[in-house]
Design a protein around this ligand. Structure first.
Ligand SMILES: [Zn+2]
Length: 179
């Protein structure tokens, strides 16, 4: 075990990490339902996240709400549950791992801001993204089954981290100020 990476090193690595591009991952997951747990791909992040399409499901990874919008109307901002056009949401996701940009973080309550933009939360989502992308190199269903176990472990860790980040904030702000 080496010594822990400094925040600076971690940050540099984040912004260097690219993974595969949106169209590559989305078409892989759409074309390989057996590797995708038969989930539908989210139109904003391209990972297999939704039980069905256009059912107003909320993507736990990027926080897009699936109102049915997709490629033919990607440049339109429909309003309703999503603040942005799909095109803008996709661009934001590549940087922040959510559909909003860093510049918008001031628009959120402290609690939502922390759970979306805390560096540890973004790092956790990047680990999840890498784990989903590893499905693309699974050659057998047994391998993809094992990889999904890994993804499930990372999701549990992600939600535990979110609880920890929220508790830290509770302590910092004093519970009575919570909106
Ligand atoms: Zn998504």
């Amino acid at each position: 075990m080496g010594k822990r990476d400094s925040q600076e090193t971690i940050k540099k690595r984040w912004f260097k990490w690219r993974g595969v591009d949106f169209n590559t991952r989305r078409s892989f997951f759409d074309l390989h339902p057996d590797h995708s747990r038969r989930l539908c791909t989210c139109p904003a992040c391209g990972y297999p996240m939704l039980a069905s399409r256009a059912g107003f499901d909320y993507c736990s990874l990027c926080h897009w709400e699936d109102d049915g919008q997709d490629d033919p109307h990607a440049d339109e901002a429909w309003g309703g549950p999503n603040d942005h056009s799909l095109t803008q949401a996709r661009a934001n996701f590549e940087i922040t791992c959510c559909v909003w940009s860093f510049e918008e973080r001031g628009d959120f309550s402290r609690w939502n801001e922390a759970t979306l933009f805390d560096e540890r939360m973004i790092a956790s989502k990047r680990r999840l993204r890498a784990a989903y992308e590893a499905l693309m190199s699974c050659e057998t269903l047994a391998q993809s089954y094992d990889q999904w176990q890994e993804i499930d472990v990372l999701w549990r860790a992600h939600f535990e981290l979110r609880n920890a980040v929220e508790s830290e904030l509770d302590e910092m702000m004093g519970k009575t100020n919570k909106p």
